[in-house]
Write a protein that binds this ligand. Structure first.
Ligand code: F6R
Length: 242
């Protein structure tokens, strides 16, 4: 695992964007794994800037979002369908038909999860998976105790994650209780992983992921198993590393 510690959150976004850009330049039909949340926003902003400047072309790039809430209307601004459209698809100029987000409304959620896995495979697999990390060490919505081999499935959000994400909703109770998320096994199959974290509130999770034992107690520790994982963090997020 490669660890890159940078002086500022802005630089984290810029350096991580360069990793993604490199892949897209080499392979214009690259398949991106897309995280939501605050952490990757600086990456998307920098990629959008480069696309606007004519340096990058995302028109043939495919995207697969990591996760989605179950039962949250796609018209809700915090549904990941809406977030991906607003922060990735439009600003970068991806073709909407080439961007997939897990279905949080399927009558048969298990079948929809299996279909999502099949769609990733049919696209040739994910070239670069962008990841954030939860304060409890989750990646995607793979909460602590998630199976290290898990695939896309329904998960219950922990009280900690619902509390962390309450900032995006009108009240803590409005945060959905369940989600559909790519599994840890799905994430590990991506050819390259780029995890970004900024701020002191991520320091403990980063230390556990990078230096702790490989353990379902810290789902992000699965990055230790990947041959091409890069963790790009600011000094605050690095502050608990030994
Ligand atoms: C969301 C996701 C989550 C977030 C994590 C950190 O798609 O994958 O694992 O990356 O909850 O969220 P932020 O970046 O908002 O702190």
């Amino acid at each position: 695992m490669e660890i890159v510690i940078l002086p500022s959150a802005a630089e984290v976004g810029r350096v991580a964007a360069s990793v993604v850009a490199e892949v897209v330049v080499r392979k214009p039909e690259a398949v991106l794994g897309l995280a939501t949340g605050s952490s990757p926003l600086a990456i998307y902003e920098e990629l959008a800037r480069r696309a606007d400047a004519g340096e990058l072309d995302f028109s043939r790039v495919r995207g697969f979002a990591l996760d989605e809430y179950v039962g949250l209307d796609y018209g809700h601004p915090e549904s990941y369908h809406a977030v991906i459209d607003r922060t990735v698809t439009r600003p970068l100029g991806l073709a909407p038909a080439l961007v997939a987000v897990p279905d949080g409304f399927a009558a048969d959620l298990a079948a929809a999860c299996a279909a999502y896995e099949a769609a990733i495979d049919a696209a040739g697999g994910i070239d670069v998976q962008i990841l954030g990390i939860g304060g409890n060490g989750h990646i995607g919505f793979n909460e602590p105790t998630s199976s290290l081999a898990s695939r896309t499935r329904i998960k219950t959000l922990t009280p900690k994650t619902r509390e962390d994400n309450a900032r995006f909703f009108d009240s803590p109770e409005a945060v959905p209780t369940h989600c559909v998320t790519q599994g840890l096994g799905t994430i590990l199959r991506a050819r390259r992983l780029v995890l970004v974290a900024q701020g002191e509130n991520k320091a403990e999770a980063i230390a556990a992921a990078v230096e702790g034992p490989l353990s379902a107690s810290c789902p992000a520790s699965v990055l230790q198993l990947h041959e091409h994982a890069t963790v790009i963090i600011d000094e605050a997020a690095a502050s608990r590393l030994r």
